[in-house]
Design a protein around this ligand. Sequence first.
Ligand code: ATP
Ligand code: MG
Length: 592
Amino acid sequence: MSAAKDDPNPKPSHFLRAVIERDLEAGVYAGRHFAGTPGDAAHHAAGPLDPARIRTRFPPEPNGYLHIGHAKSICLNFGLARDYGGVCHLRFDDTNPEKEEQEYVDAILDAVKWLGFDWESNGTSHLYYASDYFDFMHRAAVALIEAGLAYVDEQSAEQMRAARGDFITPGSDSPYRSRTPAENRARFAAMRAGELADGAAVLRARIDMASPNINLRDPALYRIKRATHHNTGDAWCIYPMYTFAHPIEDALENITHSICTLEFEDQRPFYDWLLDHLCELGLLAQPRPHQYEFARLNVTYIVTSKRKLRQLVDEGIVGGWDDPRLPTIAGLRRRGYTPASIRLLAERTGASKAGGWTDCASLDIALRDDLEGQAVRAMAVIEPLKLELVNWAEVFGDAASVACAAPAHPQRPELGQRNFGLGPLLWIERGDFAEVPPKGFFRLFPGNRVRLKYGAIVECIGCSKDAAGNVSAVQARVLPDTRSGTPGADAIKVKGTITWVAAHDALPAELRLYDRLFTEEQPDAGGKDFKAALNPQSVRVAQGFIEPSLAAAAAETHVQLERHGYFVTDRIDHRCERPVFNRIAGLKDKRS
Ligand code: ATP
Ligand code: MG
């Protein structure tokens, strides 16, 4: 059954919902036209009324694998569009020529789909590449030049930095600031034609060198960079700056609500300046998009910086981008977190202006909330110890085994039954036996009785040891007439129940037991060396046994192993003939 099918959907309200509801109420975007594809004012004016009530977008730079913070942004943008009768665009922000790779583009497409979202709506694909807008961006730059709103600055980078001022000192004007539009047009054409060296000139907006907001002190719009772009090849040797490109991308696509993280708050005045002017100049359709900022998702014990994740991968500290200990979407998936659990976390963490840390336990809580009602149950033994039922023949005669059954799910009879056998030789957890029981120990120790879950009651009579003195097997007697599900089985009361599998039908399996990758709550806080906080015990691989009901489990099957937690069959390494299970999370949070 698909984990993505149903969201429990609590949908707490937050300021972004309030903004959207206010805009819808006021009909702010009701009269917009949309031509079906991105374009300028004339393009959209020729199209019909926009069928989407709002448009949002998720704009990743394809320079790495997406992580849980991106998942949050995906859920927010696609989720809001879905909830309000809108459309969310998936846009690759590939305006920087140096860093993009197809591998990342493919991984991002995969991640968005896996999370349960789609950029296709009513038969139209809203998958866009920002580099397709280079021609328009160039045209917009020329229009700004002609309106006296941009100039080519040929100061050195050093001079420009010095003239920018700082928080207390206003900036000072560049000597090139008073160039005429005609001069600027010629110099910008020279930049474009490759007549100037990389870094020899930049195109800047002409706003206010004394603005208290440093982002408004004539920000750069275009730089010279001889680099081959994956989409446009060598067509350009000038590339737009992110702060210039991004608002234009939003406007060309008819985005209504452009949602980003708080570090862009200081850029909003420039976002508004740029789009207002390009609308006035008739280049972009109105009403134009607006930017709204929310606090990024930070999760304890997790590092999300792409640079640091890359370091973990490149240095072989983890097994790859999809290592089950990484917070990449690929890693979360392989670990076994379900799309619904990630959507639930995103929903529960809402959207706010105040940053903060989300307890990493929240992810496990969301996972349990998703899987509790749907994951099938099974027994497994992770640290096997032999249990010999010494009186088997007295109780069961010459039967090699007797049949046992258990519900696949305790609350879902429609999921049917699991069948397995009880035999004279079983595997139990090493931790379920104690030669000398500690206080309050109700499981196996000499003289004590326990129930083998779904099996029968046994009474421990002793154990055997190997040459080193370690317990190698436990002996017990099975009590007659105590088989689960038979009349009178409950006549004898015991305090402990243990899980087990039978040696004759259990399947050997590898169980990968994961723990936090870091031992500190904020491994990279304050520029700390995050690698110093690596948990040396972040994974342990156990060779155990699983119940035969899991014999045909496909890859990515979620299961609750009774008493042990939620597990998933590894999507890469699992084979029916060589099962591999990853532990996703325990049944409850043991640490809090
Ligand atoms: P990082 O620096 O963490 O690797 P990024 O911001 O450089 O991420 P982009 O590809 O530019 O990565 O981000 C795409 C979108 O995801 C942006 O809108 C960005 O704001 C959002 N995003 C990135 N990290 C988070 C986060 N931790 N919480 C919420 N949104 C995030
Ligand atoms: Mg970024």
